[in-house]
Design a binder for this molecule. Structure first.
Ligand code: URA
Length: 245
């Protein structure tokens, strides 16, 4: 049999967050692991991930894990901070995976909305790099009435955020009311939307990410704190074209 895609059992289970290599060796001795329906013989044996069961169950996403998630207000995009973390909404094992299962960019604690979380570093990079020009659309509720020149200023490519030397890339904004705007940005600076409105003398009271590219949270119909596992090809199609009705 070919060795392509085959990997040591202990390495596989430790990178998928099941346990340490030592624990895997103990589970093999206890007969808790099966390979092709037969008890595993050694922690060092080379296996095809699709043929392994632990406690009678197939492995959790052995070929990569990407999810679409509705981040609630109050959850923090960090593996380490105190308080409520976005990772509390996923199975504990996923936080032990290598490469790490991490959010694509971050949303502030007080921002809600669509977030992608993945263990695929290349995908993460492709979705965040301004080179790929993927828009992220936010709805902002403001403390003060719009002045009237925000759409032009945001689109101008001349807007400077406090403390920065390089102006923001042109952004698209749509006025929804005196105190509300949708705004699409093509880069991801720290607290970008809040700082863009601060630069025009306003203050964001509530911020929600509605879409990444053409993929909207409405179309996904995820409640706050809910997630959906998605394969990479489907995700990229949805980001480009949206979800077909
Ligand atoms: N801009 C912000 O100000 N906060 C976010 O969470 C995302 C974009």
């Amino acid at each position: 049999m070919s060795n392509i895609c085959r990997e040591r059992l202990d390495r596989l289970l430790s990178r998928l967050g099941y346990g340490t290599r030592k624990q895997v060796a103990a589970w093999v001795r206890q007969g808790l692991i099966e390979v092709n329906g037969e008890p595993a013989v050694a922690a060092s044996q080379k296996v095809d991930p699709a043929c392994v069961c632990v406690n009678g169950e197939v492995l959790d996403f052995p070929y990569g894990l990407t999810v679409l998630y509705h981040k609630p207000v109050g959850a923090v995009c960090s593996h380490r901070e105190q308080g409520r973390l976005i990772y509390d909404d996923f199975p504990l094992r996923w936080s032990q995976r290598k490469p790490p299962f991490s959010s694509v960019g971050r949303l502030d604690k007080e921002t809600s909305g669509l977030l992608i979380v993945t263990d695929n570093g290349q995908l993460n990079h492709a979705l965040t790099s301004p080179k790929h020009g993927i828009g992220k659309t936010y709805r902002a509720r403001l403390a003060r009435p719009l002045r009237g020149d925000e759409i032009e200023l945001f689109a101008s490519g001349h807007l400077l955020l406090e403390g920065e030397q390089t102006p923001c890339l042109p952004a698209q904004a749509v006025r929804l009311g005196e105190y509300e705007m949708d705004i699409t940005v093509f880069e991801g600076r720290y607290h970008q939307i809040r700082r863009m409105f601060a630069a025009v003398g306003n203050h964001v009271e509530a911020l929600h990410r509605r879409a990444i590219g053409a993929l909207t949270l409405d179309a996904l119909a995820l409640a706050e704190g809910e997630f959906r596992v998605v394969d990479e090809t489907t995700l990229l199609t949805w980001i480009e074209h949206g979800i077909a009705a």
